[in-house]
Design a protein around this ligand. Structure first.
Ligand SMILES: *Cc1c(COP(=O)(O)O)cnc(C)c1O
Length: 385
């Protein structure tokens, strides 16, 4: 028998053992965790919609009409009018011809990549891309090539040396652990030149960037038939699920071939109804994005003098690099004792010696709450120095 006990001990020794905490309140800046209140900077609920009354109400109404479960995959009998409405709303919102819903972003990436490429083809991935893109690329059976983070020149070289098969470039639009953005218009141009598709994972830009939160592609002004957008609905949209949007034929093909679409039960219709309601709030509430940008500026100004480096990010993901795993975890623990919850992110999620506090901001944070975090970090650094 393989001895996992020893391996678990080894992880613990390296400060790499992951644990969960149980939250007993609704999501928001203030969480109740194991009977204690915390000010949270953990979530991807960038617009503060995870507990929005109109979105919850849309789900409740749909539960009355459809009940709970979708009962089958979409291609059998699980595709409801609520799903159909959501897909149309997503296409309209992103400004792309068509959209296809998936159970999660992870499933969307796993399914879409395998639908587009296979043995004899090539997938080229930014080195810092999300695990689901890497896993989708591996599972597809295509040859996997990695280019250095945001290095468009190297990408150009890699594409020039690809074989005769199909080519697909995949990248995060906003990098989930760094908060920086991919140069989308340059990437789209390079892909067009090499006859490659570009799959942009906008998990962290959707709802946050672009006019009315329409996402990173709208923000960059990129729209082309070879560009596909994947967006998640569990982050800024505050619900669950994901979608892929792009040209009609590409989407029709993905529906025929994406195994995570074909062989998985459709999402509950109530979640689709909630996501549709969320799109309306995202488009209408400009104040959420305006306030969020102000909080980002406040945090960056407040932490500028620290010896710990804040990565150059303009998005609500603001990572503070600590370096050593144990130090990052100790800092997380120290903040937690003061009632502030910021997650420490360690390898293998991020490269070695770049353990960090991943501070994420929400439109529901107040300036006073952000000031409280700044104060706690400034003090923690003085103690550490
Ligand atoms: C969270 C995330 C995903 C996965 O989306 P889920 O809907 O949570 O499965 C995919 N890509 C990126 C960049 C992400 O951050």
């Amino acid at each position: 028998m393989h001895d996992f006990h020893q391996q678990l001990d080894e992880l613990a020794r390296q400060s790499l053992l992951r644990t969960r905490r149980t939250v007993s309140s609704a999501q928001g800046p203030l969480l109740t965790v194991e009977a204690r209140p915390y000010l949270s900077f953990c979530s991807n609920d960038y617009l503060g919609l995870a507990n929005h009354p109109a979105i919850t109400a849309a789900a409740v109404t749909a539960l009355g009409q459809y009940g709970m479960g979708a009962a089958a995959s979409a291609l059998i009998s699980g595709h409801s009018a609520a799903h159909e409405t959501l897909e149309r709303a997503l296409a309209e919102f992103t400004g792309l011809p068509a959209a296809l819903g998936f159970g999660s972003g992870y499933m969307a990436n796993m399914g879409v990549i395998g639908a587009l490429v296979g043995a004899g083809d090539t997938v080229v991935v930014d080195r810092l891309s999300h695990a689901s893109l890497i896993d989708g690329a591996r599972l597809s059976g295509a040859s996997l090539k990695v280019f250095p983070h945001n290095d468009t020149q190297r990408l150009d070289h890699v594409l020039a040396r690809c074989g005769s098969g199909r080519k697909l470039v995949v990248t995060d639009a906003v990098f989930s652990m760094d908060g920086d953005q991919a140069p989308l218009s340059e990437l789209a141009e390079i892909c067009a030149r090499h006859g490659a598709w570009l799959l942009v994972d906008d998990a962290h830009g959707f709802g946050v960037l672009g006019p009315q939160g329409r996402g990173s592609l709208a923000h960059a002004g990129v729209r082309a038939p070879h560009v596909l957008c994947m967006g998640t609905l569990g982050k800024a949209a505050g619900v669950a699920g994901a979608f892929v949007a792009g040209e009609r034929d590409l989407l029709a093909w993905i529906m025929q071939r994406a195994r995570t679409y074909m062989f998985s039960t459709a999402h509950p219709p109530a979640l689709a109804a909630a996501a549709t309601a969320s799109l309306a709030v995202i488009a209408a509430d400009e104040w959420r994005r305006t306030h969020l940008r102000a909080l980002v500026a406040q945090l960056r100004k407040g932490l500028a003098g620290l010896s710990w480096q804040l990565l150059p990010s303009q998005t609500p993901i603001q990572p503070l690099i600590i370096g050593d795993n144990a130090r990052a975890r100790a800092l997380m623990q120290q903040l937690r004792e003061q009632g502030i919850w910021v997650p420490a992110i360690c390898p293998p999620t991020v490269p070695r010696m770049t353990a960090r506090l991943r501070i994420s901001l929400s439109a529901l944070h107040t300036q006073e709450q952000v000031a409280q975090l700044i104060e706690a970090l400034v003090q923690a650094e003085q103690v550490a120095a």
